[in-house]
Design a protein around this ligand. Structure first.
Ligand SMILES: [Fe+2]
Ligand SMILES: [Fe+2]
Length: 167
């Protein structure tokens, strides 16, 4: 593929991915305001943006085996942990931006665990298996990620474990 075309697809994928997440969050906000039809409109169009994101990813022509996707995920999470969020956190601390310090710290802590989990999964695939995986619990406030059972309180942000979402 031509470099320029590849760049347009990668940028379009990033944009549609962001729109998908943004519209899902906007749907939650509309629902909190009691505007259910606006919420539904955001959800429907979020799904359409996801379809566009998938098509751009396919058009990029990457092979998409679980092993390759896991490696891509590990690389992304490790970059966030080792470089991106460390640097973002430093900026937020330098500028004494409390909300930014908190949101970067929450992400930094969770991404460490995500990188580990994906690495375990990749190892299983390389051994020709699926990963042995019990229920996964995610903190709705900070994204803290645990297997098996939710803790009494989130060790990162202190939210009660009963609020965790199970997958
Ligand atoms: Fe992550
Ligand atoms: Fe948390």
């Amino acid at each position: 593929m031509h470099k320029m075309t590849e760049k347009t697809l990668a940028e379009a994928f990033a944009g549609e991915s962001q729109a998908n997440t943004k519209y899902q969050l906007y749907a939650e906000m509309a629902r909190d305001e009691g505007r259910d039809n606006i919420a539904r409109l955001f959800e429907a169009i979020a799904y359409a943006e996801r379809v566009h994101a998938r098509n751009h990813l396919r058009a990029l022509g990457r092979k998409m085996s679980a092993a390759e996707n896991l490696q891509d995920a590990i690389d992304g999470e490790n970059f966030e942990v080792q470089e991106m969020y460390r640097a973002y956190l430093a900026v937020a601390q330098l500028q004494e931006e409390k909300a930014a310090i908190t949101s970067h710290r929450y992400a930094l802590e969770a991404e460490k665990i995500h990188a580990e989990k994906f690495a375990q999964a990749l190892q299983a695939v390389q051994e020709g298996k699926d990963i042995d995986l019990n229920d996964i619990y995610i903190c709705p406030t900070c994204g803290h990620t645990v297997e098996n059972a939710a803790p009494d309180r989130c060790p990162v942000c202190g939210v009660p474990g009963s609020k965790f979402r199970r997958f």
